[in-house]
Design a protein around this ligand. Structure first.
Ligand SMILES: *Cc1c(COP(=O)(O)O)cnc(C)c1O
Length: 491
């Protein structure tokens, strides 16, 4: 009998060893790691060194479908083959967000040290969702949030979260406002949200996700420069109060996505305070311009907000996947997100640091603080200020220069780093002409721009956001426009 058990154990150990042999492949030794590192580093070096000569936009016929030949199977593949697939079917397809020529939508960043930060985060794989398993990681993320709070003039008691982007930040702000209002579902249809039609659509999306789809949206008209008209806002709130509705959130844009326009932040702050309405400032695009002291006037009143959305993957030039939200009302933030809930709320202030998982829909999360902290520490803040100032000046430069080409008109002087322009032909439909113009620029590919419609008018946008966008890119754009114009006019 004993003999039988002994044999069984031996065969079991043999089986374990056999599996271990294969599973050890998941933990390659140093020489294998070094070989891979070298291949990846030479791939990325080639990518980065070629940025000056490659397109900002590629239009391949198969639209990346070649990557489907790399579906998963049981056998291993060599790294060189996979990197080749990445290059041909992903990197050289669609928009190239690493290129300084990308000025469409709100472009991204991709600071090199952020990639190293992600590498470090993935290697140690610290569990940054909760203080206990990773106190240092949580402290680092909260330190970054406190820095952003100070930058915005928020008190030390404000809390926040490093999110995956501005949309989740807006969602966290909306559900927190919902908890703070104390409104029950039966009254959701009486809630009113004040915004302009230039507000980012992630706000409406957040309201729907937050169960507030029945709430009423009041689109406050814009003045001639696309800013929310605060006088009308005041009157509309008064009417709603008289109609027994519940003014709930005012959303102001610190830089609209369309035109980079800044709503009258301070005037709206006064209205929100007087009427005790949750004041949300969506500063996803514009927030980090606060690093520039010369913009102090534009940011006046942002410290009066109840919540602010920021997007380090926009104007702090980080790679995609990092947003932030700052919230003054810690209790409501916890009420909305902490699951182990109400009976623990007295413990909140006993904890040394806020657990990210208590203030966000996430539990396990990417330790995204490292990709933000590393570049900010390595470079210091001054190059960031210079890059932001450069972007503002480049947008102003373009706004001036494009007007020198006969037939071109522009939108208002840019508040931040987005300018809009269009061509008015002597005869024929202006909108369809500008549609042709943007198609021509996109077909050329060296510069990528996108368009928008304001009051039925088709505008082309130039959004200068990428840290690699410099004077030469704006000059190239002007040159492309000058060369292509006569061809379009003749066609
Ligand atoms: C980009 C943007 C968002 C959405 O942010 P994501 O990071 O794309 O989720 C929200 N609001 C404004 C004003 C934006 O510019």
């Amino acid at each position: 009998m004993l003999q039988h058990i002994r044999l069984f154990l031996i065969s079991m150990i043999e089986k374990i060893k056999e599996q271990e042999k294969l599973s050890l492949l998941l933990d390659p030794p140093q020489d294998q790691r070094e070989a891979w590192n070298q291949e990846v580093l030479s791939h990325t070096a080639q990518f980065l060194n070629s940025l000056d000569h490659v397109n900002a936009y590629y239009q391949n016929e198969d639209k990346g479908a070649g990557i489907l030949n790399y579906d998963l199977n049981d056998e291993p593949s060599p790294l060189s083959e996979l990197l080749q697939g990445l290059k041909s079917h992903i990197e050289e397809d669609g928009i190239n967000p690493a290129s300084g020529g990308h000025m469409g939508y709100i472009p991204g960043g991709g600071l090199y040290p952020s990639a190293l930060g992600d590498y470090l985060a993935a290697i140690s794989n610290k569990y940054a969702g909760i203080f206990f398993p990773a106190p240092g990681a949580v402290r680092l993320e909260n330190m970054l949030l406190r820095w952003m709070s100070r930058l915005m003039g928020f008190p030390e008691t404000a809390t926040g979260n490093l999110t995956s982007g501005g949309s989740i930040s807006n969602l966290i702000a909306v559900v927190t406002a919902r908890e703070a209002s104390g409104t029950k579902a039966a009254d959701f249809h009486r809630l009113v949200i004040y915004l302009s039609d230039q507000a980012h659509h992630s706000l409406q999306k957040s309201l729907r996700i937050a169960g507030l789809g029945e709430a009423q949206l009041r689109y406050i008209p814009l003045d001639a420069e696309f800013r929310m008209d605060s006088q009308v806002l005041k009157e509309v709130i008064k009417k709603d109060q008289e109609a027994d509705l519940i003014p709930f959130i005012i959303n102001a844009s610190m830089g609209t996505t369309n035109t980079g326009t800044i709503d009258p932040i301070a005037e709206i702050a006064t209205i929100a305070t007087e009427n005790k309405i949750w004041y949300h400032v969506d500063a996803a695009y514009g927030g980090f311009f606060k690093l520039l002291p010369e913009l102090e006037k534009e940011f006046k009143g942002i410290d009066k907000a109840d919540s602010i959305t920021l997007d380090p993957h926009k104007c702090l030039f980080l790679p995609f996947g990092t947003g932030a939200v700052l919230i003054k009302n810690k209790k409501a933030l916890y009420q909305a997100h902490q699951y182990t809930a109400d009976y623990l709320q007295d413990l909140i202030d006993v904890e040394e640091e806020v657990n990210p998982s208590d203030v966000s829909p996430e539990l396990t999360k990417h330790f995204r603080g490292l990709r933000m902290w590393l570049p900010l520490k390595l470079f210091g803040l001054n190059p960031f200020r210079a890059a932001l100032r450069e972007k503002l000046l480049l947008a102003q430069y373009f706004h001036k220069e494009i007007q020198k080409i006969p037939g071109f008109v522009v939108g208002p002087e840019p508040d931040l780093s987005i300018a809009i322009f269009r061509y008015i032909p002597e005869n024929g439909d202006a909108n369809s002409f500008n549609e042709k113009l943007i198609k021509t620029i996109q077909d050329d590919g060296r510069i990528f721009l996108s368009s928008t419609t304001l009051d039925g008018i088709f505008w082309i946008r130039v959004a200068v956001v990428i840290f690699r966008t410099h004077l030469k890119h704006l000059d190239l754009l002007l040159e492309i426009v000058k060369t292509e114009m006569p061809k379009i006019l003749k066609s």
